[in-house]
Structures are given as C-alpha cells and as structure tokens.
Design a protein. Structure first.
Length: 319
C-alpha cells in the first residue's frame, strides 16, 4: 500500500529540513507532500539541502488558515491509500512507518495509530491522549521521563504530530474540521471515529522526536486562548451524548468564567476577551454542531443554548 506523508509547514525551514532528511530512513513506498502555509520560504531549496530521496509534491497556500486546511490541501493532491500526518518539527527514526502500518493493519476497526513522541531531550512529549468527561484533552506522560518502555495501548485520541489513518476513513469521517485554526483537530476527529466504534492505538515501536510547539509559539496567547476555547466547545457540542452535554456544560462554562476572571484580575484583558469571544463564536453556531450528532436531542440543544446565552449575558468582562 502506498503511503502519503503530509507535512504542514509555516515558517519552519530549519526544522523542516531535518524532518525531510530523517525520512530517508523509510524503506516503504511513500510520497512526501509539503503543504506550505504562506511561509514565503524557498521550499525547493530546503528540500535540496535536506537530501530527501523520496518523490515529493509541494502545495503552496497563499493565506495561513491553520493546521486543518493545510493538512486537507495536502490530502487533496496525495495518492496514497494510507495517510500519515507528520509535523514539520518532527524527526522520524528507523522503523517509524513500518510499525504504524503494522498496527493499522491489525484490524479494520483501528481508526488511527500514533507514534511514541519524545522531546529532543528524551522526555515524553505524548503517549497518546485521554478525553475527560468535560471534553478536555490530556496528553499522557507529557514532560515525564521514561522509566519503563511504554507498551501499545488503546487511547482516546492521537496527537497529530505523527499519526497514520486510512484515506477511506479520513474521507468517511469528514476530515479535520477546517474551522479549527489551531488545536483539537485530532481530538475531534478521533472522537467522531470512536462514536462509530473505531479504535485509536498508541504504538511505542514507532518513534519520532518532536521539537513541540514550533508553529503555535508564533501565535499570540490571546489567539491561542480563543481557538482553544472555541474548538473545545465545538468538539464537546458535536461529539458528546445527551446526558454528558447536559450535565457537563455548567461545569465547562464555570471553568471559562473562572479563566476570564483570573486573566482580568492579572491584567491580561485581551486574553479574557479572547476566551469570551471563543464562547460567543461557539454559541453562534452551536445548533449546527449539536445537529451533527444523532445522540443529542432537541430538548438538550435548547437547554445548552440557554446556558450559553446566560453565560454570555452575565459573565463579567474587563472594560
């Protein structure tokens, strides 16, 4: 099976060059697709300097619209039956793709597989993710040192720094949501797949090293808070079930109110407003997202909308 390795890039030529060089250790039939988000960089020169010995394509995007559109644009021009999403600041090790493919092919029920992702200093970046009852994601093992080598496990979501998925599943489950500029893309997609009984796998035999937060560090804190708030709420609205949504929304909005208060008291007024704006945007399209789930009834939709409306009306914002 041919595999397409999709690499989104935004102003990352130094890390991208190392990423591409590392792909020379891959023995499988792959094509590399670099989806460049208006970097203004000489991607051909970066590829030449990397010594990449695999066939490649370049997608030039003239507006930076975020991670999901960059990935989807790469998928559009790719040919592989399997799709791998790889961050431009990741370096793969020998056997990386072999083990991803092996795990994916164990069963048609496997939706996506994530590599063992380590930081440059050898500490854990991510052993897969868990989603709590309020829809907040938690990366397993982040920042810890490896004491015993991790074992394969079933996880709630895969961190998209290094994952593999069948093209057919990616299309059938409607891809990454392109309204998610930054964050929650894989949390949302994997939750959609789990709701249809697909299983996400963490395979520690597949190893990558990850600089981590290379692209997101270029985004201002208020903008990061806005997208995290908006994308979390949209993911929760689309994927949770009746009882979970009805009982959890009060707690979710309480957490956001506390964050607004905390940032206001500490003088971070732009961040406080960004969190509010994230809730407001999610509220404005909540009917659409809840309508995508057959597990959420009309009464629940109405109640959740009332709770969000009350929050927006009553929460105290800095002037």
């Amino acid at each position: 099976m041919k595999t397409s390795v999709i690499i989104p890039n935004y102003m990352g030529k130094e890390v991208l060059q190392k990423c591409l060089t590392s792909l020379n250790c891959v023995g499988e039939d792959i094509e590399v697709v670099i989806s460049d988000d208006s970097s203004g960089e000489n991607i051909e020169k970066t590829i030449e300097d990397s010594g990449l010995n695999k066939p490649y394509k370049i997608v030039r995007r003239y507006v930076n619209e975020g991670f999901s559109p960059a990935i989807n644009s790469g998928v559009d021009v790719s040919d592989g039956n399997y799709l791998v999403f790889l961050n431009n600041d990741a370096r793969v090790e020998k056997g990386w793709l072999t083990y991803l493919v092996q795990s994916l092919e164990t069963s048609e029920d496997v939706g996506a597989v994530q590599s063992l992702i380590l930081k440059e200093d050898g500490k854990i970046d991510c052993l897969g993710g868990r989603v709590d009852e309020l829809g907040f994601p938690h990366e397993i093992g982040r920042g810890e040192r490896i004491v015993e080598h991790p074992v394969p496990s079933v996880i709630d979501y895969t961190k998209a720094a290094s994952i593999i998925i069948r093209r057919s599943d990616y299309e059938d489950f409607d891809r990454f949501d392109e309204s998610f500029f930054l964050g929650y893309e894989s949390v949302d997609l994997c939750w959609r797949m789990r709701n249809k009984d697909k299983v996400m796998i963490f395979d520690p035999r597949s190893l990558v090293y990850h600089v981590s937060r290379h692209a997101s560090s270029r985004v201002s804190p208020p903008k990061r808070w806005y997208h995290a708030t908006k994308n979390h709420l949209l993911t929760f609205l689309r994927n949770s079930h009746d009882v979970q949504l009805k009982t959890g929304m009060d707690n979710v909005l309480g957490i956001r109110a506390g964050q607004i208060s905390h940032h206001s008291e500490n003088g971070y007024f732009d961040t406080a407003h960004a969190i509010y704006d994230g809730v407001y945007y999610a509220y404005s399209i909540a009917d659409h997202y809840m309508g995508l789930s057959p597990r959420i009834g009309t009464n629940t939709q109405d109640e959740v909308k009332r709770k969000m409306h009350t929050f927006l009306k009553e929460v105290k914002l800095p002037v």
